[in-house]
Write a protein that binds this ligand. Sequence first.
Ligand SMILES: [Zn+2]
Length: 284
Amino acid sequence: MRVTLLGTGGPRPDPARQGPATLVRAGGLNLVFDAGRGVATQLARVGVRTGDIDAIFITHHHFDHIGGLGDLIMATWNARRPGPLPIYGPVGTREIVTALLEGVYRRDVNYRIVEERVLGRTLAPVSSMLDVHEQMSGRIDLRSDVRVVVGEVEHGGAALELATDHWATVGYRIAADDREVTISGDAVAGRDLGVLAAGVDVLVMCAYLAAGEITSVDERFLAEKVLAGAPQAARIAKAAGVRRLVLTHVREKSERDLDRMREEAEEIFDGVVTVGRDLLVIEI
Ligand SMILES: [Zn+2]
């Protein structure tokens, strides 16, 4: 199995990091987790054409995680992908995909279909290419030897008292080739994250702030209730007994603070800690 960090940034535009997106090559399938800004370009950089994506998984609906989704869907359709493209995501994903295709990109979709007709060809509607599944738990058997387990994670919903209809957040555990990797999505400890990450080879875990950056009330709220900082990410990895912790979703910071973030995690977690960078490849 191979994990490629396509984008390791967060909501703030960062010249060094694209929006959250991770490519997992599992059993020969190309699985894309989250579609942050720049995802289609990053896929091209690592030689994966949009038509070669086998499934997209969305963890939640903050704009940094879906900012590149419309682009990715339209580029995949434009590449004339044969067969359906499954998109998995929490409650609300279908509404977003529909809004993109029937709202934001309605004129473009119509343009391309008419253009093909004028040129004597037919182009199937983009909606017929997509197969959207809203799933908050359970197992997805992509193939008999490639499976993905879905679980809920805690990403601000409890603190803000948001019902699932309004705010649904999940993580994914991928198993193939006798290896397992967990994508936390944005999360703090709680809900199903411990089970999702238990004993995996690699945990790709959000870690926005280093401990030294958590100084204000706002940052404390964020780090405790919404988005783990490096120490909490390390505690989650330690409790789950993972082999390697890869930190992603990093707020822009100096090289020194990035080193500090790794050191903070290493003080707590005994396994290998890697602070993610865009296009970093992890062979498992
Ligand atoms: Zn995020």
